[in-house]
Write a protein that binds this ligand. Structure first.
Ligand code: FES
Length: 102
């Protein structure tokens, strides 16, 4: 059963337009900052396993740094494949804590 888990503190979140990688419960999660709104998704790119959290945000998509595949920040669906995508997780901030539902 998924539940909210602390993944970071607010000061660790990525700057505007960037992603960052965080590890929680032995999983690596990408948090993206789109215009001050934070989104959490699986860090492992559905193309060939690239680190999405090392990529950038572009027009509502997380862009993988390896080959440029793009994943929608709401649905996790890829622009490049009708079948491949990544999981998107609920994220909330409580005080100084960043929580992700995994
Ligand atoms: S591994 Fe992400 S685009 Fe290829």
């Amino acid at each position: 059963m998924s539940e909210f888990r602390k993944i970071a503190i607010v000061s660790e979140l990525p700057p505007l337009g960037e992603g960052r990688e965080f590890v929680v419960e032995q999983r690596t999660i990408c948090i993206a900052n789109e215009n001050g709104k934070y989104v959490a998704m699986n860090n492992v790119c559905a193309h060939r396993g690239g680190p999405l959290g090392q990529g950038v945000v572009d027009e509502g998509k997380m862009v993988c740094p390896w080959h440029g595949w793009q994943f929608d920040l709401v649905t996790g669906k890829s622009e490049q494949s009708a079948t491949l995508g990544v999981d998107v997780y609920e994220l909330k901030i409580e005080g100084d804590d960043v929580l992700v539902k995994i």
